[in-house]
Ligand binder design. Structure first.
Ligand code: RB5
Length: 153
């Protein structure tokens, strides 16, 4: 499994913690930065990771900005991306089991390094349960505001 990670300037340290946790769990991790001291607008890296995951170049993505909010919104603009912001492990686990979230976002100003690692661990070790959840996730796509939430058959 290959994971791509990125952040804005606010998320550098937590991004590195999350990348290390994923590596310790056996994942191959590619870190797109930025380096410490380099300013990057969160929509740029949110969309970048979203495009790479949606294109199938990576299995999953992880993102960090100050709150996790802006960068997850940016990723969610890419068709096929289900990005979630998580500040605790329970939501991270359920986001995978029920929502098949393919991008995890964390807020560097919201959670500390230990909690960020725990969130990553729960998200990566959970598995999508399929079944009724697959049908519900299917209702999210296509992410077209005219048909979102409707049964398309
Ligand atoms: C940058 O200061 C901050 O706005 C950003 O990291 C993020 O929190 C946006 O959602």
């Amino acid at each position: 499994m290959r994971i791509v990670v990125a952040s804005d300037h606010a998320g550098v340290d937590i991004r590195r913690e999350m990348a290390d946790e994923a590596r310790e769990l056996g994942y191959e991790v590619v870190d797109l930065g930025p380096a410490p001291g380099e300013a990057v607008d969160y929509p740029v890296n949110g969309a970048r990771v979203g495009r790479l995951v949606a294109a199938g170049e990576y299995d999953l993505g992880m993102l960090v900005c100050g709150t996790g909010v802006g960068i997850s919104i940016a990723a969610n603009k890419i068709r096929g991306i289900r990005a979630v912001v998580c500040s605790e492990p329970y939501s991270a686990k359920l986001a995978r089991q029920h929502n098949n979230a393919n991008v995890l976002a964390v807020g560097a100003r919201v959670v500390g390094p230990g909690l960020a690692r725990l969130i990553v661990r729960e998200w990566l070790t959970a598995e999508f349960e399929g079944g009724r959840h697959a049908r519900r996730v299917g209702l999210i796509e296509p992410s077209d505001s005219a048909t979102a939430g409707e049964q398309l058959s």
